[in-house]
Design a binder for this molecule. Structure first.
Ligand code: CTP
Ligand code: MG
Length: 205
């Protein structure tokens, strides 16, 4: 089958957390190690993107590279280390340690079935207001997660002009590509503040 590679982005500074949250302990290992674990089970190769001071500090992966100043730049640092043989590339935030293997497989399957990109989404629980405007209909919106899977050619093309976005599927949309959504997972929360690690710890135990 077409080779699948993963890029795990872990090069952020965790400003809102108060430090690099990807290295915080969660259960028996660090947050980043959970993300590497599922990436290794699901893909043929894994590229880990880390802060430059951490390049020597990783569970075994196929390549460890230093990231950039923004998430999009870090994804591009990872992309440069993914071999051309990769037909499907998954991009995952290290800060989402509890995405299931099933979810990773679901996004890959959607790309195998013809999508340029596949992105997990979950309903929004809170009511929503547009800043400076007013209430909006929550039913029209979903929240976007990772892992996101891509046809490798589409992901490389979307990043060619070095655009910025908070996720990669948005770049495929901007390029007019075919983006498919799959059901995300409530437990697949992104760690943002220390409370989030505590909550995921409870979910684990
Ligand atoms: N990330 C990255 N390179 C960056 C910024 C972010 O690899 N320059 C990674 C983070 O390590 C994280 C994921 O992208 O796994 C999502 O980013 P975010 O949750 O915003 O993490 P941080 O940027 O580290 O946190 P903050 O925005 O609070 O500083
Ligand atoms: Mg950030």
């Amino acid at each position: 089958m077409a080779p699948v590679w993963s890029i795990v982005v872990a090069a952020g500074s965790g400003e809102r957390f108060g430090g690099p949250k990807q290295y915080a302990p969660l259960g028996s290992r660090r947050v980043v190690d959970w993300s590497i674990g599922v990436a290794r089970r699901v893909s043929d190769g894994v590229v880990l993107v880390v802060p430059s001071a951490r390049v020597a500090d990783s569970e075994p992966v196929d390549a460890v590279v230093a990231g950039g100043d923004t998430r999009s730049q870090s994804v591009r640092c990872g992309l440069a280390a993914v071999p051309d043989e990769a037909a499907i590339i998954i991009v995952h935030d290290a800060a989402r340690p509890l995405a299931s293997d099933k979810l990773w497989h679901a996004v890959v399957d959607a790309v195998r079935n013809g999508a340029d990109a596949a992105v997990p989404v979950v309903p929004v629980a809170d009511s929503l207001r547009e800043v400076g405007a007013g209430p909006v209909d929550r039913a029209r919106f979903v929240a976007v997660q990772t892992p996101q899977a891509f046809r490798a050619v589409a992901l490389r093309a979307a990043h060619a002009e070095e655009p910025e976005a908070t996720d990669d599927a948005a770049l495929i949309d901007a390029a007019g590509g075919f983006v498919v959504t799959v059901d995300g997972e409530a437990a697949n929360r992104k760690i943002t503040t220390p409370d989030d690690v505590e909550m995921l710890g409870v979910l684990l135990s």
